[in-house]
Design a protein. Structure first.
Length: 122
């Protein structure tokens, strides 16, 4: 079932979402100042491509992660969250798309604070 859901997810927005996360990571990597956010962006890009059967857990809830998350929100988090919400709205209209819309909403919340998170198998 996970494989089927992940294939549908990839077709119905997962590819675009993962590409947006990779773009954010590359933009951060190009600027030397953005290097601390690059691993988090690539980690969540991988999760965004293939999310079913995995979950995101808090890995490092320290002060450093909090400060990096505040700066991330200003630089890239808000537009990634907006991207996920805009993809969730049309998916939520149909009954079949509701699980995918819910996944986009979860990714929108992660887009606001990705630093200090780890992806684990469910």
């Amino acid at each position: 079932m996970r494989l089927f859901l992940n294939i549908l997810w990839f077709i119905l927005g997962g590819f675009v979402s993962g590409a947006a996360w990779i773009l954010a990571g590359l933009i951060m990597a190009i600027t030397i100042v953005g290097l601390p956010w690059t691993p988090a962006a690539f980690r969540l890009a991988k999760f965004s491509f293939w999310p079913f059967g995995r979950m995101v857990v808090e890995n490092d809830p320290g002060v450093g992660s909090g400060c990096l998350n505040i700066l991330w929100f200003v630089l890239a988090g808000w537009w990634l969250a907006l991207h996920h919400v805009l993809l969730a709205i049309p998916l939520a209209v149909s009954i079949i798309g509701i699980p995918f819309a819910w996944q986009h909403i979860k990714l929108a919340a992660l887009a606001l604070t990705p630093v200090g998170k780890a992806v684990v198998e469910a």
